[in-house]
Design a protein around this ligand. Structure first.
Ligand code: CA
Length: 218
C-alpha cells in the first residue's frame, strides 16, 4: 500500500484530498505547515508527497529542497499559483509534477499514479530490468513475453522483491510462502529457488547467502 504525505495548510483541501486518496486505497497523513511536514518526513517513510507552496513556517520550495537532500521521495506541488514561471521553478527545483488548485480529484489521482509508476511504486506492476511483475493478475513477463510460474513460485518471487537486497533466512522464506515451519530435510524451497532462477534467468540475481538463505540483489 502506498503511503502519501499531504502538506497543505487549507484544511478543506487537505481533507478532500485525504478522503479521495483513502478511497483509492492509499494511506495518508496530513501536515498543516512546513515544519510539521519536515518532522513527519524525518520520522516516516512515504511513497509520495503532495506539497503546497504557500505554507506557514517553511514554504513548499524550502521543504522540497530539504526533501531532496534526505531522500528520493517523489513530490507533486499543489498550488494556487498558476503562472508559468512558478511551474518552471517548481519543476526545476526537483518536483516531479505540478497541479494547480482548484483541481478535479480524477486529475490528482491520475498524476499521482503516473508519478508512482515512474518511480516503479505503482500498485499493480513492478519492474526489475527485463522482468515485469503484475501483482494483481499475478502474471510475470520477461522481455514482454509471459513466463508461467506456479502460485508458490509467484509468492516466493514477491517476497524476494519486497525484501530486495536483504538476505532472507530460509526459515523465514519458507514460512511466508508455505505458511508452516521449515522441516529440516525438505528441499522444496531450494527447488523453487532453482526454478525461479531458471525461468527468469536470474542465476546471478538470486544469490545464495551462506548459512542464511537467499537474497535478491538488484
Ligand atoms: Ca497554502
Amino acid at each position: 500500500m502506498n503511503k502519501i504525505l499531504i502538506v497543505e495548510d487549507e484544511l478543506a483541501i487537505s481533507e478532500l484530498m485525504k478522503m479521495a486518496l483513502e478511497e483509492q486505497g492509499y494511506k495518508c497523513e496530513v501536515a498543516d505547515d512546513g515544519e510539521k511536514g519536515a518532522n513527519l518526513i524525518e520520522k516516516n517513510q512515504y511513497d509520495l508527497i503532495l506539497l503546497d507552496i504557500m505554507l506557514p513556517k517553511i514554504d513548499g520550495y524550502e521543504l522540497l529542497e530539504y526533501i531532496k537532500q534526505i531522500s528520493e521521495i517523489p513530490t507533486i506541488f499543489i498550488t494556487a499559483k498558476s503562472q508559468t514561471k512558478d511551474k518552471i521553478k517548481g519543476l526545476k527545483d526537483g518536483a516531479d509534477d505540478y497541479i494547480t488548485k482548484p483541481f478535479e480529484t480524477e486529475e490528482l489521482l491520475a498524476r499521482i499514479e503516473a508519478v508512482l509508476r515512474r518511480y516503479n511504486k505503482g500498485t499493480e506492476i513492478q519492474k526489475i530490468d527485463n522482468i515485469e511483475i503484475n501483482v494483481v493478475s499475478r502474471t510475470v513477463k520477461k522481455d514482454g513475453k509471459e513466463v508461467l510460474l506456479t502460485p508458490k513460485e509467484f509468492d516466493l518471487l514477491q517476497i524476494l522483491i519486497q525484501n530486495k537486497n536483504f538476505a532472507l533466512y530460509k526459515e523465514t522464506l519458507y514460512e511466508k510462502v508455505w505458511g508452516e515451519e521449515l522441516e529440516f530435510e525438505t528441499r522444496t524451497l531450494d527447488l523453487h529457488i532453482q526454478r525461479l532462477r531458471k525461468k527468469l534467468d536470474w542465476k546471478d540475481k538470486i544469490k545464495t547467502i551462506y548459512k542464511i538463505g537467499y537474497m535478491l540483489e538488484v
